[in-house]
Design a protein around this ligand. Structure first.
Ligand SMILES: [Zn+2]
Length: 454
């Protein structure tokens, strides 16, 4: 049975020394601690669990850095960014999506994400109208790169609360509820070991109440995670109040059986009362701090949420940045800037980086429908090997290693990454890195040429 030997590993939340992880069929079969390496056995540095990326729109990786200028609009907001994102989405065929997702997934693996929940609403390929080509592109990008995929098809049926039809730019997203559930069943039939299927709706504004109920019923009967964007923007809260008489989270709590399988993405604008009620359901809030900052969404009430026992996951969402440690850093920094205090997330615990890491590992696994969040026998063999000679980790005690990883570096000390029992990154490099880069560059240049020509 293959095995990995490390000087130190985070096993079931505790540091262990001289650890041998026996790997079998993609899982950790056994863990030996205080072991001695065999004469011919290579000894690696520090093993920690990989982090799940609980919210991704892979195609938006092609937009990262291309919307950081002020256009003709008087105010540049989420809604003006969305118009640029729609122009991009309208150009993405299956070949382009495969190239973009491949690059995004390699960047995820290289920065410490071992799993991704792909929140997918590009249901019709531009031009052909094909209803499974873009799903196949996501699946093949995950297969080629080796990241663990949770495919989350999401329903998008209308332009807004008062507009039952999609806008022309949303045509590629829109499916009827019957077409959508048919697609979900088909996706499930393609699920194989290493790929999960969850389900979701884009947002309250994009679906009617009856359709939301049918999607939630499918999630309940399959016991799979149920994802939704919610309360990201104040404008969305105002529209919901106008149309339904309640705020989005309030409405959801009144009209759906929200429980620990639900993953509410953003939940930025939430009253104290909504926060108390939502935390009691066990639902996960998926926070995407670099995207939320980039789009000017607002700040999540992290301290109150964690004090109420709320669960979190993190996601790279628009991929303006792909780095889980940067997400965790900005999650904490937003709170420090707001409260003019330090170590806000470290409630009841002394170390902020470690607490954030553990919360994101556990909540991310739940949101992706994975067993795990920590390394132990029978858990998936999904982990990172850190280079313990890297200056970032110099002089750090067991308690502060994860603080260093979250707060003190730009270049990550990730030496190797294993997913499903296979090395996907060795010596800090993914085997398909050069190919992925050249294909991604080609696609992005062709988009830019088409933009400037249109
Ligand atoms: Zn999103």
């Amino acid at each position: 049975m293959p095995a990995v030997f490390a000087r130190k590993a985070l096993i079931q939340g505790d540091w262990a020394r001289n650890v041998r992880l026996h790997i079998d069929a993609g899982r950790i079969a056994r863990v030996d601690v205080e072991a001695a390496p065999a004469a011919d056995e290579s000894v690696l540095g520090i093993v920690v669990p990989g982090l799940p990326n609980a919210h991704s729109h892979a195609f938006q990786r092609a937009l990262a850095g291309h919307a950081e200028y002020r256009g003709d609009d008087e105010q540049d907001t989420f809604w003006t960014w969305r118009e640029r994102m729609y122009r991009l989405a309208g150009r993405i065929d299956a070949a382009a999506l495969a190239a973009i997702a491949r690059q995004a997934y390699i960047e995820m693996l290289s920065s410490g994400y071992t799993a991704v929940a792909e929140f997918h609403y590009l249901h019709r390929e531009p031009g052909s109208g094909d209803r499974r080509a873009l799903f196949d592109a996501v699946r093949s990008a995950a297969d080629e790169t080796g990241i663990r995929l949770t495919y989350v098809p999401v329903l998008y049926e209308r332009a807004g609360f008062d507009n039952p039809r999609p806008q022309p730019q949303q045509h590629g997203f829109a499916l009827s509820i019957d077409e959508f559930l048919e697609h979900y069943e088909e996706a499930k039939s393609h699920a194989h070991d290493g790929m999960n299927v969850a389900i979701g709706v884009h947002s309250l504004r994009a679906v009617c109440a009856e359709s939301l109920a049918r999607v939630a019923a499918a999630a309940r009967s399959d016991a799979c995670p149920m994802h939704i964007h919610i309360a990201e923007q104040q404008g969305e809260v105002d529209q919901c109040l106008d149309a339904l008489g309640l705020r989005p989270i309030e409405w959801l709590l009144e009209n759906a059986e929200v429980d620990s399988r639900w993953c509410l993405v953003h939940a930025t604008h939430m009253t104290d009362q909504e926060l108390e009620r939502l935390s009691a359901t066990g639902a996960i809030v998926c926070l995407c701090p670099s995207t939320e900052a980039n789009l000017g969404d607002g700040l999540f009430a992290l301290r109150r949420w964690l004090s109420a026992g709320g669960r979190i996951a993190i996601g790279s969402d628009s991929h303006i940045s792909i780095n889980p440690f940067e997400e965790l850093r900005w999650l904490e920094y937003g709170q420090r800037l707001k409260t003019r205090s330090r170590n806000v997330a470290a409630i009841g615990r002394r170390h902020t980086g470690r607490r954030l890491f553990e919360l994101a590992a556990e909540g991310g696994a739940l949101a992706c429908g994975l067993p795990g969040g920590e390394l132990r026998a029978r858990a998936p063999a999904d982990f990172l090997v850190l280079d313990d000679h890297n200056p970032m980790l110099s002089g750090h005690s067991d308690e502060s290693i994860l603080d260093a990883l979250v707060f003190s570096g730009f270049t990550l000390p990730i030496d190797r990454v294993m997913v499903d029992g296979n090395w996907q990154l060795v010596d800090g490099r993914h085997r398909s890195r050069e190919y992925a880069r050249s294909e991604f560059n080609r696609v992005v240049r062709s988009f830019l040429a088409a933009e400037s020509g249109s």
